[in-house]
Design a protein around this ligand. Structure first.
Ligand code: HEM
Length: 353
């Protein structure tokens, strides 16, 4: 298995602008991740990917997202009220509480409501079970890694991988129940998938099940983790917290206490900067990977068919990758300058495993 490590900014840019279907999602760990992702949008390539992309992307076009703001605000108001009640009702220690589970629950609530419409309660149950599945799969990862690298499948038949497949069957059954209950008339991602998969038998079932799971991974964990880091950074930088608070109060009807709407969100420049800085420092996806599905040229280098391409979004989060590369695609401003000053150093590595 050959890996190409890419961390030079202009090469990362070239990769991200490449629209050729010859550059696909990496098949590395595909077998390991099969219970989690199946053949959904996050792992598919070529025409299958293009079809899923055409179906899913319109559900997240700006006009559609604008229409989701009210729903997000209502869900956030419930969360903030629960914190307010805890703070009002308890002793001083009640002011010091863990919020990451609350943020996770909020993220699940929003994505379930936006993607599953009226079936959002069932959507949240499905997300809970996918989370268990995720844990089961990561338990069996070491054995799977050996199986992937050596090609010897008996390494991967561990009890944790059997547990993952069992959980996977339960997730599938839950999703198919939900599909059975839903009509095709709503205006959300689930109904768009159902309309597209209509009359397609088992393959259509796989399509809906896999993409429900993919949306969970794409949207739920990434958003919750980013929000948690964002709040931690604001807690560490009270001056920025003050600026953002002032801006939010101002944008919401000049401090009149109204809930934000889409135009108000657009006015929140400081908050936008804070979110972008959070994503820069603590990107939810630490690696973006691709595979050359045909021979191609990248940064003037010939990349043979089959080579896996790895871009560490923040090398610090991936100690193993950093050990190989010694360079990061995306770190503090100082490190960024240092990296560009070392441009002559090789930052494009081929590693054979
Ligand atoms: C902080 C939040 C988020 C971050 C940091 C994030 C990051 C990313 C990244 C880096 C990719 C590219 C992965 C790759 O090409 O290998 C991606 C793809 C994707 N994301 Fe997000 N994402 C976030 C939120 C969401 C949300 C809320 C949704 C939808 C509910 C979503 C849906 C998707 C989908 C469907 C893809 C696959 C696109 C494709 O393959 O064509 N993401 N995301």
């Amino acid at each position: 298995m050959v890996f190409l490590h890419v961390s030079r900014p202009e090469l990362v840019r070239e990769l991200s602008l490449c629209v050729s279907l010859d550059l696909g999602k990496s098949s590395y760990m595909k077998a390991t991740h099969q219970p989690l992702f199946g053949n959904g949008i996050l792992k598919s390539n070529g025409d299958a990917w293009a079809h899923q992309r055409r179906l899913i992307a319109p559900e997240f076009f700006p006009d559609k997202v604008k229409g989701m703001v009210d729903l997000m605000v209502r869900s956030a108001q419930v969360l903030v009220k629960s914190w307010q009640d805890r703070a009002d009702g308890g002793d001083a220690s009640a002011l010091d509480f863990m919020i990451d589970d609350d943020i996770r629950a909020y993220s699940a609530d929003v994505i379930s409501r936006t993607c599953f419409g009226s079936s959002y309660v069932r959507g949240k149950q499905i997300f809970d079970m996918i989370r268990q599945l995720q844990r089961a799969v990561s338990c069996s990862k070491k054995q799977h890694l050996l199986a992937e690298v050596t090609g010897l499948s008996f390494f991967s038949t561990t009890s944790s991988s059997r547990a993952a497949w069992r959980l996977n069957r339960r997730v599938r059954a839950l999703i198919l129940d939900l599909v059975g209950e839903s009509g095709e008339d709503g205006d959300n991602l689930l109904t768009a998938m159902l309309r597209s998969a209509r009359g397609g038998g088992a393959a259509a079932e796989d399509f809906v099940v896999d993409n429900c799971k993919n949306i969970y991974f794409a949207g739920y964990e990434s958003t919750a983790v980013t929000a948690a880091w964002c709040m931690m950074l604001l807690a560490l930088h009270p001056e920025w917290q003050g600026r953002v608070r002032e801006e939010v109060q101002e944008a919401c009807n000049g401090g009149g206490g109204l809930a934000p709407d889409f135009p108000a969100l657009q006015k929140m420049k400081n908050l936008t900067m804070v979110i972008q800085e959070t994503l820069r420092l603590y990107p939810a996806g630490s690696v973006v990977s691709r595979q050359a599905l045909r021979e191609l040229v990248l940064g003037g280098v010939r990349v043979p068919k089959g080579v896996h391409i790895y871009v560490p979004v923040r090398g610090g989060a991936v100690a193993g990758v950093r050990a190989l590369a010694g360079a990061e695609a995306h770190r503090g401003a100082g490190a960024w300058r240092a990296a560009t000053a070392q441009e002559n150093e090789a930052q494009l590595y081929m590693v054979r495993v």
